[in-house]
Design a protein around this ligand. Structure first.
Ligand SMILES: C[S@@+](CC[C@H](N)C(=O)[O-])C[C@H]1O[C@@H](n2cnc3c(N)ncnc32)[C@H](O)[C@@H]1O
Ligand SMILES: [Zn+2]
Length: 256
C-alpha cells in the first residue's frame, strides 16, 4: 500500500529511517519505529498514557484473545490490511495479513505498537484524513473506535472488506449492574455505510471471571469511566471479582 505525503499527496518512499516524496518532503521515523504524518496541531491526541497502560495490562491477560482470533480468522494472508485506530496494536500486530498498517493519534499507543511489531507500519495520523492512496486496501478493520465512513470507502479496493467490531447488547452488563441502579443494554442497530454492503454480522461472546485488579483496568477502557460519578466508581472497588459477559458484534461489509 502506498503511503502519501501529507503536504503534496505524492507517494512517500522509504529511505533508511525516513520517508520522502518526489517533492523533497521528508518525514523521519520515530526511534520506536512509527511515522508521524500528522501536520495538524489536533486537539485530539488519542488515548492518553493512563488509558493505554490500563488497556495494555487488561488485554495482556488474554480476556479478548477469542475476539482477536475471531477477527483474524476473517483475514487472508494475501490481504493488505489497514487497522484504523489501532491503539497499541494488540489486534494489528496479530493479524495474519501480507501487509499491516496501523493508524492512530496516540503517540503512547504507537510507540508500543511499533516497538513490539517491527514488521508492521504504524502511522500517527487522524483516521479521518488517512495518508493512503484511493483503493489500496483489501481489508480495513476498526475495533472499538470511531467510524471514519468516507475514508474507509475511499481507501478500500473494489470488493474490499471492512470489519467493524463493536459491543453487543450484553457486553459488560454485570459491570453496569454494579455501577448503576438501572443498567441498560447497548444499542446494536445496523449501521449503514454508503458505498458498502453489510454482508454478515458475527456475534461472538464469552463469560469470564474478572478479579478486582483487572476490573479497574477494564473499567478504565470503557466509555463509562469518564461519565461515572466518584461515588459510583467506589462501588466497583468493593467487588472481589465479577463474572462478566464479553460480547461483541463483528460486522463485515463489502465495497459494492
Ligand atoms: C478504545 S481505543 C481502541 C484501540 C484498539 N482498536 C483496541 O481495540 O485495542 C480507541 C482508539 O481510537 C484512537 N482515536 C480516537 N480518535 C481518533 C482519530 N480521530 N484518529 C486516529 N485515532 C483516533 C484512540 O487514540 C484510541 O487508540
Ligand atoms: Zn510531498
Amino acid at each position: 500500500m502506498n503511503i502519501l505525503c501529507p503536504v503534496c499527496k505524492k507517494i512517500l518512499y522509504r529511505e533508511d529511517r525516513s520517508y520522502r516524496c518526489e517533492n523533497g518532503h521528508c518525514f523521519d521515523l520515530a526511534k520506536e519505529g512509527y511515522l508521524n504524518l500528522n501536520l495538524k496541531n489536533s486537539q485530539n491526541t488519542g488515548d492518553n498514557p493512563t488509558m493505554i497502560k490500563a488497556r495494555k495490562a487488561f488485554l495482556e491477560k488474554g480476556y479478548y484473545q477469542f475476539l482477536r482470533d475471531g477477527v483474524n480468522a476473517l483475514i487472508d494472508n494475501e490481504d493488505e490490511l489497514v487497522d484504523l485506530a489501532c491503539g497499541e496494536g494488540y489486534y494489528t500486530s496479530f493479524f495474519n495479513a501480507k501487509e499491516r498498517i496501523g493508524i492512530d493519534l496516540s503517540k503512547t499507543g504507537l510507540k508500543i505498537a511499533s516497538k513490539s511489531d517491527p514488521d508492521g507500519i504504524y502511522l500517527l495520523n487522524s483516521i479521518f484524513h488517512d495518508p493512503l492512496e484511493d483503493e489500496s486496501a483489501d481489508v480495513i478493520t476498526t475495533i472499538f473506535a470511531p467510524l471514519a465512513k468516507e475514508e474507509i470507502v475511499r481507501i478500500l479496493k473494489p470488493k474490499g472488506r471492512f470489519i467493524f467490531v463493536r459491543p453487543d447488547q450484553r457486553h459488560l452488563y454485570e459491570l453496569k449492574e454494579v455501577l448503576y441502579d438501572e443498567p441498560y443494554l447497548n444499542e446494536t442497530k445496523n449501521i449503514d455505510i454508503e458505498g458498502l454492503t453489510l454482508e454478515k454480522q458475527i456475534p461472538i461472546a464469552q463469560k469470564r471471571e474478572v478479579p478486582q485488579e483487572d476490573l479497574q483496568n477494564l473499567f478504565m477502557m470503557t466509555p463509562y469511566f469518564n461519565t461515572t460519578s466518584d461515588k459510583d466508581k467506589e462501588k466497583l472497588k468493593k467487588s472481589e471479582s465479577l463474572n462478566i459477559t464479553f460480547a461483541f458484534l463483528i460486522d463485515v461489509y463489502r465495497k459494492s
